[in-house]
Design a protein around this ligand. Structure first.
Ligand SMILES: [Zn+2]
Length: 356
């Protein structure tokens, strides 16, 4: 049984060598020496030729056991060395477990998004649904159906980006394609596609050819529309006053006559200035700059839907009445967060946005 004796000798020798190995490369050398293709166990197997056939299963089993044992010794030595290395490292670099951890920076919603969500939530509580529409519009929806006839001077109130639709499929070559200047075309689409009663707000992006500290070529509006039988100016005032108080706090509101082509009568809603409390004066006696000493700040434009708009939108103006309103979201966010330059909202500088 010289092969069995060889195996025992090889295993004992391997155990002695593995016990004193100092690092992983020494272990690797030992692995090759004992388990490799030309290693000790492989050489011992060559002796199988001299083993009588009846004993070969026994010898084969002994070879397998020897290999398993050497592999287990190597694995144990490897984890012993790794543990020792970790302990050495911990001892050489002192660890202060009282240091604050590294926090993962969490993002948050943009101040405009938060403002818009608050506005939408208030109108939803008042029973309004939310409707969106296309950003690229036809003149009919943006102007004509809203009682802005072609060449009407009211169109000058809205500096419009016209689009040359080279790549807009069916719109190619048309002269009446534009970026919507307000979200009102969604009102037109709503009236043409649904039957009253309609109680909807239309939040969204709008575009005008404007750029300075208080105007951006791209900005956001919320418009609203309420059409039903017997809707009156009192409903307009009650609804908008409820919105303003929910959004800005319990402050007096007032309505002034104003002009928009798509409403008659038209009005501007003001609210008592939140900075001076409506007095127009600061505590020190100097005039309030926020409201230009008037005591009032503009909140939105509104009015009763013009019969011409109803006609263009195929709503029976004899049977139905309605009111519409609209305002910009940026101005509200600027007032709310004390931002004095609208462009900051779109530069997406994280150092700025992190403050809110
Ligand atoms: Zn004021």
């Amino acid at each position: 049984m010289s092969v069995i004796d060889d195996l025992r000798r090889i295993r004992e020798e391997a155990q002695g060598a593995i016990d004193v190995a100092q690092d992983e490369s020494a272990l690797e050398t030992l692995r090759v020496r004992y388990l490799g293709k030309k290693g000790s166990l492989a050489l011992a197997l060559r002796g199988m030729g001299q083993v009588p056939p009846s004993e070969r299963p026994l010898v084969g089993q002994a070879v397998n056991e020897a290999r398993d044992q050497v592999e287990a010794l190597l694995a144990a030595a490897k984890s012993r060395l790794a543990r020792a290395a970790l302990e050495a490292e911990l001892e050489s670099t002192p660890l202060d477990v009282t240091l604050p951890g590294r926090r993962t920076a969490l993002g948050h919603r943009h101040p405009l998004t938060r403002t818009l969500e608050d506005i939408v939530a208030i109108f939803q509580r008042l029973g309004f649904g939310v409707l969106e529409g296309p950003l690229i519009e036809l003149d009919f929806y943006n102007f004509e159906a809203l009682n802005f006839p072609k060449d009407h001077p009211a169109r000058d109130m809205q500096d419009t980006f016209f689009v040359e639709p080279e790549s807009l499929g069916a719109l190619r070559g048309r002269q009446d394609v534009l970026l919507r200047t307000h979200t009102s075309p969604v009102q037109v689409r709503a009236m043409l596609s649904r039957r009253p009663p309609l109680r909807l707000i239309m939040p969204g992006t709008t575009f005008r050819c404007d750029s300075d500290p208080t105007h951006s070529p791209m900005f956001h509006q919320v418009e609203g529309l309420y059409v039903d039988q017997g809707v009156s100016f009192a409903d307009l005032k009650g609804t908008l006053d409820a919105y303003a108080k929910a959004m800005f706090g319990d402050r007096p509101t007032r309505f002034r006559p104003s002009y928009f082509p798509f409403v008659e009568p038209g009005a501007e809603m003001d609210m008592a200035c939140g900075v001076c409390g409506g007095s127009g004066q600061l505590p020190g006696g100097e005039p309030c700059r926020t409201c230009k000493a008037s005591g009032w700040v503009e909140v939105m434009g509104a009015g009763m839907v013009h019969p011409n708009v109803f006609r263009a939108c195929q709503v029976d103006a004899e049977k139905f009445t309605g009111f519409a309103f609209g305002f910009g979201v940026e101005r509200i966010a600027m007032n709310r967060y004390g931002i004095d330059d609208l462009r900051l909202l779109f530069e997406n500088d994280v150092r700025f946005l992190e403050q809110f």
